[in-house]
Design a protein around this ligand. Sequence first.
Ligand code: ADP
Ligand code: MG
Length: 473
Amino acid sequence: MAEEALKNNDGSVQDEWGQVCNQLKMEFGETAFDSWLKPLSIGSYNNGIMDICVPTAFMKNWVITHYSDRIHKIWEHKNPNIKKINFVVRTTNNDSSLLKKISSTPTPQSFYMPQTGLASNYNESTQREGFMQLSAPLNPAYTFDSFVVGKTNEFAYAAARKVAESRNVSFNPLFLYSGVGLGKTHLMHAIAWHIKQQDPKRNVIYLSAEQFLFKFVKALRYKDTAAFKEQFRMVDVLMVDDVQFMSNKESTQEEFFYTFNSLIGEGRQIIISADKSPTDLEGIEARLKSRLGGGLVADIHPTDFDLRMGILNYKAKQMGIELPQKVAEFLAQKITSNIRELEGSLKRIVAHSQLLSRNEITLDMTQDILKDMLRSIDRKTTIDEIQKKVAEYFNISVKELQSSRRARTVARPRQIAMYLAKQLTSRSLPEIGRKFDRDHTTVMHAVRKVEGLIGEDSSLAESVNALRRMLEN
Ligand code: ADP
Ligand code: MG
């Protein structure tokens, strides 16, 4: 009966599932999709009730807590007949390919042995394959050459270069942290490329914390944790991106802690990234936190105007386009959230101008193309809101913020509020000034002052960043 129903609906339901998958991939990103959603497959469909097969119980729980609502919503939108989605633990045909892949993974002895410089048992290509499976692919565009250095990222850049260039472990681990889209992944890939180029024999493994977790879970599933551990022991340089992902996942943290300690003990280099400093990471065990912070901790601050200009000009040159400085300045003033968005908006403008075969990029055209985006930035935040949030954050009243008091404890938050007003709204300097009972030159001075401080004072930079995040959400 159920079989029959599935047969009848198979084609369309399969199609729908494909579409749902595409949507999920877009929303959650390739990595999450590959780790958690790709292994799912359709079981049966009957009377609006859909069974989706999940290979393991662990994965089932994970998918239910993280993705099931979204899957349901998307699917319901495509097919209103869907009433319920069940996740059932069952291996399907699909899954056997995964099984094959895993069982063909070379056993630990097959890996390149750093101690002897000789590969045991296997030929070179097999070893390579083994390591390639462990490491996630590297983006060829993410190199040191393509990384634009400014005040806000020069320290992290210097630390990354140092690690990439020295054969001896200089600081272990190197811990990079920043908000999203500010270049952590770029720097990690750059280190990997550099080492690979200089010394192709060194085994450099780059993977996200999520991939680490997924590989670990796979190993558990195939009762192969010994081999899993062995694989990591053969690594010369291990990079784990976005470790905040391990928050509240005790067993993964424990496994990682083990791997981490044994690698450090053997003098291998470890590089970690996260969205917060080791001490601020939440849901991470104290002993792991203290290990993570035990080497060099380098943060990338929010961008300043100069870096944004530098990046725009560099990327424009790379794309072979002429970017008028007026346009660059406009973009650098408006798109301040992160580098990914800055890059995105530049690409959009270039794509438009090429599509319409306009040879010239103008300010009018830029404003027009980015209208929706800029409007949504404006809509989100008002100066009143900014004043309220900044005052709250610094434990002062809005009245004080608008007052003429010059004490540091009030003057600095005031400057930060003016800076954020300039960045997050499209209000002019005089308009902002009026809200603070000041003239436009005071606002201009405040904006410059805060821009300067962001590059020098990391606690101030963090406050600005935190406020920006709060206001943008
Ligand atoms: P994160 O990992 O911190 O979220 P990414 O490394 O993914 O950020 O960077 C986001 C985008 O911005 C990438 O396309 C990256 O190449 C680009 N980018 C970040 N920092 C720089 C920089 N200093 N110079 C040039 N491009 C950068
Ligand atoms: Mg990243």
